[in-house]
Design a protein around this ligand. Structure first.
Ligand SMILES: Cc1cc2nc3c(=O)[nH]c(=O)nc-3n(C[C@H](O)[C@H](O)[C@H](O)COP(=O)(O)OP(=O)(O)OC[C@H]3O[C@@H](n4cnc5c(N)ncnc54)[C@H](O)[C@@H]3O)c2cc1C
Length: 537
């Protein structure tokens, strides 16, 4: 016999989306408990000490996509969140001794060093991209039109939603619609080739198309991934990337405080083993320790593949749904390192060990799109790229709370590596060797780098899966390709944060609008859950 529910909602996972969902539900008066497997809340957005005296954002490392409405609604500033802008957006050192700086109002003149034609085109490119990002931004906090079978009453609201979407798109001029279509369907490489001729500008812009995307920049659909990284803002300035003082953990600590202030409970070190399903309805969860926690609604913050393949009795799921989840593509091709540094990198292209604006930028080691494409081909063939793509962000250049005075911490976000190695060996056998390669890759551009490394933390795709539950190391809880986006995330028919089991909801990055520290899936799922609670009254 089932026991009465003591909670309105139990949330599996205290990643940032789980925390946001909890905060909104608790704010609306629901009794909420969040159960997190790790010793710390925040999922992939956490700050931890990885070397004595050195702390850093362990996985996610830079902020832009976090939605301003969520920052405001949850009063994250009052809970300690402070985000600062980078002094320069990006710095691309080149092997021939030249470099490209992007941001700080100097991008055009910097591009002109390589191509006057590209410099002339850049403002128009920025305008078109900003218009497309505006369209996306409007959809971020909405539940996508959900496909329903048949033409009954349930189909009507979804048809209206789809109609509204069409109406919104028609507000764009024809050229804007063409650009949007190109961004939604083309490769980042093809898109950028239409605008620019010089390799460095295409590299610095095209990097966004392969971030967390195990693909060549010439793979169709990668232009969307580029766009996905452009809908954010920092302190009201659109398209910029910044840094949360205290690291990404400062964001999730503020979210946890916001949730707690509204009465939500958070339990750490509490892994969930199973979702309880009775008479076709989710009624609670069982922890690894065997404790049963009942709730009227069960909400999952974990990757849909993890939820539906490991935490639920398969017999409770329709066979076609299970097949869809089996086919749901996960795997980012990223390798993540944190390094403790005795001094700042001294770039051959822009010498100097004293703190300068380029040290606060996203420093991209990848001189061209063809270099990135080769990195992908290598990873598919050998398991990792012989000449990898590395973005280095020296967080201590903007934040003196992370490292001892005069010393530094940096995030190395490296692509491409195969989520699973082609020869079937384990990542555990290769992680040290690949970490050496990543350090050597930066060292080739800043020759004091290797000697300055005091300590390092390594996260292969397998480490990301083991530590954070990111299947295949997928940083987005599932690839951001057209077949898994918007109304199709995670599966057609389930884009409204509800799966096939009544009372079981999804609130993580495997739902619209996908990955990144946005808070949007958590916000949207909470709205849908509250709608169901109101209907039942
Ligand atoms: C290496 C890396 C770099 C990234 N860089 C950036 C970046 O710079 N900027 C950005 O915006 N985004 C970045 N991202 C993407 C972003 O961090 C994620 O998309 C986002 O954090 C997902 O949030 P979430 O709350 O949906 O899920 P998660 O953060 O994955 O949280 C899910 C939570 O569920 C918990 N959990 C799993 N299984 C169980 C269980 N059985 N029981 C209980 N709890 C469980 C996990 O421990 C975790 O805390 C990066 C991600 C990674 C991995």
């Amino acid at each position: 016999m089932s026991q009465p529910a003591v909670h309105d909602a139990v949330i599996i996972g205290g990643g940032h989306n789980g925390l946001v969902c909890a905060a909104y539900l608790a704010r609306a008066g629901l009794k909420v408990i969040v159960l997190e497997r790790r010793h710390v809340a925040g999922g992939a957005a956490v700050t931890e000490e990885f070397h004595p005296g050195f702390r850093n954002s362990v996985a996610a490392y830079t902020v832009s996509l976090l939605n301003p409405k969520i920052i405001h609604d949850l009063d994250l500033a009052a809970h300690g969140l402070r985000i600062v802008e980078r002094k320069l957006s990006n710095f691309l050192p080149l092997e021939d001794g030249r470099y490209l700086k992007v941001g700080a109002g100097r991008t055009r003149e910097e591009i002109a060093k390589f191509s006057q034609k590209d410099a002339n085109w850049f403002p128009a490119y920025e305008t078109e991209l900003a218009k497309a990002a505006d369209v996306l931004r409007e959809l971020i906090l909405e539940t996508p039109p959900n496909l329903v079978e048949g033409r009954g009453l349930a189909a009507l609201p979804e048809l209206i939603k789809a109609g509204k979407l069409g109406w919104r798109l028609s507000k764009l001029r024809l050229e804007g619609q063409r650009q949007l279509l190109a961004l939604m369907t083309q490769s980042a490489g093809d898109y950028l080739d239409q605008w620019f001729e010089s390799a460095p500008i295409k590299a610095v812009l095209g990097f966004d198309g392969i971030v967390g995307n195990y693909a060549s920049p010439y793979t169709p659909g990668s232009a969307y991934v580029l766009l996905h990284h452009c809908f954010g803002e920092v302190n009201g300035r659109k398209g910029l990337w910044g840094h949360a003082i205290g690291g990404m953990g400062a964001i999730t600590q503020a979210m946890a405080k916001a949730a707690a202030s509204h009465g939500a409970d958070l339990r750490l070190s509490t892994p969930i083993k199973e979702v309880i399903i009775e008479k076709g309805r989710a009624t609670g969860v069982v922890t690894e320790a065997g404790e049963r926690i009942n709730a009227k609604a069960v909400v999952s913050n974990v990757n849909p593949k993890l939820l539906y393949q490991s935490l639920i009795d398969q017999a409770a799921l329709p066979a076609d749904f299970s097949r869809g989840i089996e086919a749901y593509r996960c795997g980012s091709g990223t390798f993540r390192m944190n390094v403790a540094l005795s001094e700042l990198p001294d770039f051959t292209a822009l010498p100097g060990r004293d703190l300068a604006e380029h040290h606060s930028a996203g420093i991209i080691i990848a001189p061209s799109l063809s270099y990135m494409e080769q990195a992908y081909f290598d990873a598919r063939t050998y398991g990792w790229s012989r000449r990898p793509v590395v973005e280095m962000v020296i967080s201590s250049a903007l934040d003196d709370t992370l490292a001892p005075r005069g010393q530094h911490v940096a995030s190395l976000f490296c692509q491409h590596v195969a989520p699973k190695l082609p020869d079937g060996s384990s990542w555990d056998q290769h992680r040290e060797e690949v970490a050496d390669l990543m350090i050597a890759t930066v060292d080739a551009y800043a020759p004091n780098f290797k000697g300055s490394v005091l300590g390092r933390q390594i996260m292969s795709p397998l480490d990301l899966e083991r530590t954070f539950g990111l299947i295949g190391g997928d940083i987005f809880h599932g690839s951001l390709d057209l077949g898994q986006m918007f109304s199709a995330r995670p599966l057609l028919g389930h884009a409204n944060y509800r799966g096939p089991v009544a009372g079981l909801y999804m609130c993580g990055a495997g739902t619209h609008p996908g990955g990144g520290v946005t808070g949007a899936p958590g916000h949207n799922a909470a709205r849908e859950i509250l709608r169901d609670f109101r209907r039942k009254k």
